[in-house]
Design a protein around this ligand. Structure first.
Ligand code: GLU
Length: 371
């Protein structure tokens, strides 16, 4: 578990607070030490990709912007200034260790839309094949609130699963998961291993992020869910020390999130990890039971439909009157048609939509259970 070179493909997420000091800017000595750890991993035969935060934090430091919340366009401007400074910092430091850097800036659609996902995967795959180290960040200068990951924890998990990584390391300014947020609860206990993401584990996360980074423990647990379901292990460790990967191998405090034993197929992992379902479909208890026994969702079991979506978009399926997500899947109808056929038997549908109905509202091949 501690030996990183037993993994074949490792995605490493670097939090803003590690790369950037609010007062002094880029933490070059630390970056140097990380790149030296990465070089050692690559030498040992691992493929490594890095999800690097820090564009906004570094941009703010270059621009001398005071701390505190920024407006969207200020954030985007800071990201533009920061990213252009971040890229050579990574590249020069990697190349001093004989490594080749490659910059990839992603927007939400690049992992959530199937076609673009396949494109991004092909490019990243080629880079890994060539032995380059992809340095990935969200393209913050064009991402607006509705179409953004917003935090690099979930982005890292989506990228890790997209690339079939067997390990995701979140280098953070916290050293793992505690039974309660430690800042508010001094009695909170550190958990070295999480076997499965249960509702109790989710409740431990709280929501606090630090000044510089967007995600708190909440988004890290979301990341663990995405990674673990797809068969990748995940580690959260405090990366602030020099040589953070070596420090982890030598026993630094961390939480290890175990991957599930029977991971879903790449197709189902992609559906399950979708970050932004376009609609909600509320179903009755009978339909819930049918889904749990592996059946497709038929219009007859649907009570209401919310949101605007097109055929093929991801929707979340919930029990009527509850917030509990039962399943997630790709819907066979667009939202207008879906609302018209709510509650109808298959034999009644053709009269309403004017063509012979599809096999299901959400077919079981395109559906994954959430609980
Ligand atoms: N993409 C953001 C940046 O580079 C970081 C998001 C996060 O903190 O998770 O500044």
């Amino acid at each position: 578990m501690r030996k990183l070179n037993t993994y074949k493909r490792i995605a490493i997420k670097v939090g803003s607070a590690l790369l950037v000091d609010q007062h002094t800017g880029l933490r070059s000595e630390w970056l140097e030490s990380l790149c030296s750890d990465v070089a050692a991993l690559q030498k040992a035969g691992c493929e490594v990709m890095i999800i690097s935060s820090g564009a906004i934090a570094l941009g703010r430091s270059v621009l001398n912007q005071p701390s505190g919340a920024l407006k969207l366009e200020e954030n985007q401007a800071a990201a533009a200034v920061g990213q252009i400074a971040l890229a050579p910092a990574w590249n020069n430091t990697l190349s001093a260790h004989g490594l080749i850097g490659a910059q990839i800036l992603l927007t939400l659609e690049d992992t959530e839309s199937r076609r673009r996902y396949l494109n991004a995967r092909a490019t990243l795959g080629e880079l890994l094949k060539l032995g380059a180290i992809p340095i990935i960040n969200e393209n913050d200068t064009v991402a607006t609130s509705e179409i953004r990951y917003g935090d690099n924890d979930r982005l890292a998990a989506r990228v890790a699963t997209m690339m079939d990584a067997d390990l995701l390391v979140l280098l953070s300014d916290v050293d793992g998961l505690y039974t309660a947020p430690p800042a508010q609860n001094p009695a909170a206990e550190h958990l070295p291993v999480v076997d499965a993401i249960t509702p109790e584990i989710e409740a431990m996360a709280g929501s606090a992020g630090s000044d510089l980074s967007r995600g708190g423990m909440r988004t890290k647990i979301d990341a663990a869910k995405i990674a673990n379901q797809a068969g990748a292990a995940m580690i959260i460790t405090n990366g602030k020390v020099n040589h953070p990967l070596r420090a982890f191998e030598e026993g630094a405090r961390a939480t290890f999130f175990k991957p599930v034993k029977a991971p879903k197929s790449a197709w189902k992992s992609w559906i399950a990890g979708n970050l932004a379902p376009k609609g909600l479909i509320f179903v009755d208890a009978g339909a819930q039971k049918a889904l749990q026994s592996g059946k497709s969702l038929l219009p007859a079991g649907v009570k209401t439909v919310e949101g605007t979506f097109a055929r093929g978009d991801t929707v979340a399926i919930l029990l009527e009157g509850s917030k509990l997500e039962i399943a997630r899947g790709l819907v066979s109808y667009d939202s207008d048609e879906a609302s018209q056929i709510v509650g109808l038997k298959t034999s009644e549908i053709e009269d309403v939509i004017g063509y012979s109905p599809r096999a299901a509202m959400v077919h079981r091949d395109d559906m994954v259970m959430s609980t």
